[in-house]
Design a binder for this molecule. Structure first.
Ligand SMILES: NC(=O)c1ccc[n+]([C@@H]2O[C@H](COP(=O)([O-])OP(=O)(O)OC[C@H]3O[C@@H](n4cnc5c(N)ncnc54)[C@H](OP(=O)(O)O)[C@@H]3O)[C@@H](O)[C@H]2O)c1
Length: 305
């Protein structure tokens, strides 16, 4: 079976994807900032600032999945933090590109994460699709640079796939863990006017899309990875409360409060439009979890070990 190298493989998506790939018989290695002693998975290290990458990391790799990136919601978007967010995605891809360019390589595809932030922090009636242009805001700019860094691998004859991802719903970590706490405490409520859309995807579906991008040589270019069930922030909160059997007593959290707490980053919570899943579906992908309520039941009720 092919060998897959995952950058940022220690993150929420990387851990889940590594396990799924291993279970399918792939040989999996990760590339990260620190080596992980005792890990079941081969781990290689890199130092992006110093342009260093462990030589063996790229030696026998058939596919690279680029997930590395500083978390976008971990801290306020100061100028310094914005640079870290962009560099960790772009300079890291550039480093791999330069190292591959130095020697002949056997890499068949470079598959990069991207995000629906490409379409911008706006609330409209429009349903965004892959042919839309990037937004002129921080996330739009970040995703554009991230995708352009991925596109460079085409110069080496490597197939490039970019997965524009919605909010990933998973049992462990990620956005859902943060959303359920206030609801469980009985203090949950929609954010702002609650009408902003929240494009989402079950982690199983996202990882299966990555695996399809490895196995389906016809996949090329950009694909949205979002479920077809378009839900607003209000729908999301209500559905979560129903599944957790909790009441929603409180009025919406005012937008101003979010702006004071989160600064510019609050746009991620206050704005959002619908995003189309048509292209990936037309490419033959069938969602296992197309429906939000069933996804919550799967993650929070059926699957609570
Ligand atoms: N989860 C979501 O809802 C979501 C939605 C849209 C897009 N995405 C994108 O999908 C990718 C994977 O998401 P995730 O949820 O698994 O992310 P995550 O849990 O935050 O993990 C990302 C990994 O990137 C590496 N990393 C962190 N800071 C870094 C830095 N400054 N420089 C280089 N590497 C750094 C870390 O790996 P090491 O410690 O091993 O280096 C980390 O485990 C990310 O690029 C993310 O932006 C995620």
């Amino acid at each position: 079976m092919a060998t897959i190298l995952i950058t940022g493989g220690t993150g929420v998506v990387g851990r889940f994807l590594s396990k799924k790939l291993k279970d399918k018989g792939y040989s999996v290695a990760t590339l990260g900032r620190a080596s992980k002693n005792g890990s079941e998975i081969n781990t290689y290290t890199w130092d992006i600032e110093k342009n260093e990458i462990e030589k063996e990391a790229l030696e026998k790799v058939d596919y690279i999945i680029h997930l590395a990136g500083a978390n976008i919601s971990e801290s306020k978007w100061t100028a310094k933090r914005k640079k870290i967010i962009i560099d960790s995605r772009v300079k890291s891809a550039q480093l791999i590109f330069e190292k591959l360019k130095e020697n002949t390589n056997q890499v068949k595809a470079f598959i990069s994460a991207s995000a629906i932030g490409y379409y911008g922090a706006i609330s409209t009636d429009k349903i965004f699709s892959e042919t839309d242009t990037p937004a002129n805001d921080f996330l739009g700019e970040t995703c554009l640079k991230w995708e352009q860094a991925a596109d460079r691998f085409e110069e080496l004859g490597i197939r490039v796939v970019k997965i524009r991802t919605g909010i990933v719903l998973t049992k462990q970590g990620g956005a859902l863990a943060k959303m359920i706490t206030p609801i469980k405490l009985g203090i949950g409520s929609p954010i702002g006017n609650g009408k902003q859309y929240l494009p989402w995807i079950h982690i199983e579906d996202l990882c299966d899309i990555y695996i399809k991008a490895i196995e389906d040589a016809q996949m090329k270019g950009v694909y949205n990875a979002v479920a077809p069930d378009h839900k607003t922030n209000r729908d999301f909160t209500k559905t979560l409360a129903v599944v957790l059997r909790k009441p929603l007593w409180f009025p919406n959290i005012p937008a101003l409060v979010m702006k004071i707490i989160f600064g510019e980053m609050s746009v991620m919570l206050l704005k959002g439009s619908r995003v189309s899943s048509e292209k990936i579906t037309n490419a033959g992908y069938k969602f296992k979890f197309p429906n939000l309520k069933e996804t919550f039941v799967n993650l929070l009720v059926e699957n609570t070990k």
